[in-house]
Design a protein around this ligand. Structure first.
Ligand code: AHG
Ligand code: MN
Ligand code: MN
Length: 336
């Protein structure tokens, strides 16, 4: 007799919600199930890429002037539709759209805001390397006179939920609502995300550093000093380098194995390449909930006040040991 008493994502989020808000009406869970549905659809398209006409470029650029992959556009559309129909989402903001989207007839309606990177790691799509979807949920905060643009510019510490889906050798959903980090694996036989990694914690110290060293000449001096240390074998620790080029995959490995991921300022991206609102913030929320640290080299990512939806930020994230070591080279103790 098989045991079908499985802990699904839907059951987990209802349980977590009831712990946090005993009088919860299921509104928030309903929203998150919209993200789950969208990511199942996106995951299927990723899996079939070579067989479908979703391969290649869309022949358009996004707001950053980056050439869009067809899958970027597809993933964006799926998330817009799955979340737009939930009824309780008022604003959506995406890497792929210049401005936030007002979802409901009455623009003041809809309790929640969802920001997302619909497909992270686009450069890896056509070569069959893991990509992901990153999401973050806020409550609307229509302070007097707040424009919709300002509403989505909330500090990372105000996130209600954050997570990602990694379309890798298996499809995994990793999320937090501020009560720890939990990993689910998609069981394709029943089309359901099943709890496989409860209470994920980043190891206090790792043996992997992850950075695109081709830009090293343009890194700030503190970064170059840190990278010299990490390769020095000091403390009898030999670090290995791993860099996939998909933030979700590089962070997922850091979450499981420890170590540090760095996207520093470079000569091409003086503020770093990664976007604060829909890449660094959700990753930072997950990192801190898993016992790790995430900064921009100066302060906690989650403390930063976004000034624009697509603003970029340097991102250093990982185990406390390596992050403290990095900040020792910056000579600014971690203000966490
Ligand atoms: P996206 O595909 O959403 O634009 O994100 C790509 C990002 C991130 O996933 C990754 O960490 C970084 O780009 C890699 O940048 P480099 O190719 O410059 O290393
Ligand atoms: Mn991205
Ligand atoms: Mn993207």
């Amino acid at each position: 007799m098989n045991d079908y008493n499985i802990e699904t994502f839907e059951r987990h989020i209802v349980d977590q919600q009831h712990k946090k808000h005993p009088d919860a009406q299921g509104d928030f869970s309903w929203l998150l199930s919209g993200i789950v549905l969208a990511c199942k659809i996106i995951g299927e398209e990723v899996r079939r890429l070579g067989l479908s006409d979703s391969r290649g470029t869309a022949g358009s650029d996004n707001v950053h002037g980056e050439e869009q992959q067809k899958l970027d556009v597809f993933a964006n559309q799926v998330l817009m539709e799955c979340l737009g129909s939930r009824g309780n989402v008022g604003l959506l903001a995406s890497e792929e759209d210049e401005d936030p989207i007002v979802v409901l007839e009455n623009p003041d309606q809809g309790e929640y805001i969802v920001v997302f990177d619909p497909l992270d790691g686009s450069s890896n799509i056509d070569v069959n390397v893991s990509v992901g979807t990153i999401f973050s949920v806020f409550r609307r905060s229509r302070a007097n006179g707040d424009s919709f643009d300002e509403e989505v510019l909330q500090c990372g510490h105000q996130q209600l939920a954050a997570g990602y889906v990694l379309y890798g050798s298996s499809t995994m959903m990793v999320y937090t609502i501020g009560q720890g980090v939990h990993g689910f694996t998609l069981d394709p036989t029943i089309g359901t995300f099943v709890l496989t990694h409860p209470n994920l914690e980043i190891p206090e110290r790792g043996t992997i550093y992850s950075v695109n060293e081709s830009y090293a000449d343009g890194f700030p001096p503190y970064c170059r000093r840190f990278l010299h240390w990490v390769k020095s074998g000091e403390d009898d620790m030999l670090y290995r380098s791993r860099y996939i080029g998909s933030l979700v995959a590089d962070f997922h490995r850091t979450l499981f194995k420890g170590g540090i991921f760095l996207y520093p300022p470079t000569s091409f991206f003086p503020q770093g390449k990664l976007r604060l609102v829909y890449e660094a913030n959700p990753i930072a929320f997950l990192a801190e909930q898993a016992g790790g640290v995430a900064t921009n080299g100066d302060e906690r990512i989650l403390q930063l006040q976004p000034a624009a939806l697509h603003e970029r930020v340097p991102l250093f994230v990982g185990s406390s040991f390596e992050m403290n070591k990095l900040h020792a080279f910056i000579q600014r103790p971690l203000k966490v």
